[in-house]
Ligand binder design. Structure first.
Ligand SMILES: Cc1cc2nc3c(=O)[nH]c(=O)nc-3n(C[C@H](O)[C@H](O)[C@H](O)COP(=O)(O)O)c2cc1C
Length: 202
């Protein structure tokens, strides 16, 4: 069903557009407050889990955010079992908090999308996927900064590389202001179109 665009107030449509522009810019800008986001999942015992991740790509029209991770990590297992995700970020520059809710798709090594994302990674980033499974105990000499790490073969990391594609269904937008914080709730339909929005008390 088409969204009723007449019902979207222009000021909220502008806030929505500017929020997604900010996310798109953040994916390419290490300086942006939204370059590092908190990705929150739910584990098999229904406990909330959170961790920082780098925003790799954002696409406003489809409401998509992309992240990279190691498919041996606990988060990958949690998201395989339960793809419901909250993404939380705050930018000190714009004093905005974004809380997005939606679902992730997991694209494991060998899939077309993971292969394409891997091809775009720098050699240094590829080596972060070499080594043992994340969270497993590691030998103490590996931590010793005086011992130079063995040069890793970047190709070793490829089987562990996973791509997460998050599609937002809601954005809880919060602006921190000296006088009068502002907050808006924006809802997207399955195509990514802005379906509803309203101001709410902060
Ligand atoms: C600033 C920052 C950025 C990070 N970016 C990523 C990332 O893009 N992908 C990732 O898997 N882990 C990233 N990490 C590490 C995660 O926060 C986390 O510690 C690790 O992935 C293990 O998470 P898990 O045990 O919940 O699976 C980052 C950590 C920090 C501090």
């Amino acid at each position: 069903m088409e969204a009723d665009h007449d019902a979207i107030p222009p000021n909220l449509a502008a806030i929505d557009a500017s929020a997604w522009r900010e996310l798109e810019t953040a994916a390419a800008s290490p300086q942006s407050g939204f370059r590092f986001l908190n990705l929150c999942s739910v584990d098999s015992e229904a406990r909330p889990q959170a961790r920082m991740v780098v925003l790799r790509r954002a696409d406003g029209p489809s409401r998509v955010l992309e992240f990279h991770t190691d498919s041996r990590s606990p988060k990958w297992l949690e998201l395989s079992a339960n793809p419901n995700v909250t993404i939380l970020g705050f930018s000190t520059q714009t004093r905005l908090q974004f809380r997005l809710q939606g679902m992730v798709e997991l694209h494991a090594a060998g899939s077309d999308l993971a292969n394409a994302a891997w091809d775009r990674l720098s050699t240094w980033t590829r080596t972060t996927y070499t080594g043992g499974p994340p969270g497993d105990e590691c030998a103490s000499d590996v931590i010793d900064e005086a011992v130079l790490p063995k040069p890793a073969d970047q190709a070793e990391g490829k089987p562990h590389f996973g791509l997460l594609i998050f599609r937002a269904r809601t954005l809880d937008w919060f602006e921190l202001r000296r006088q009068g914080n502002r907050r808006a709730l924006l809802t997207y339909d399955e195509t990514g179109a802005l379906a509803a929005c309203r101001w709410v008390n902060p």
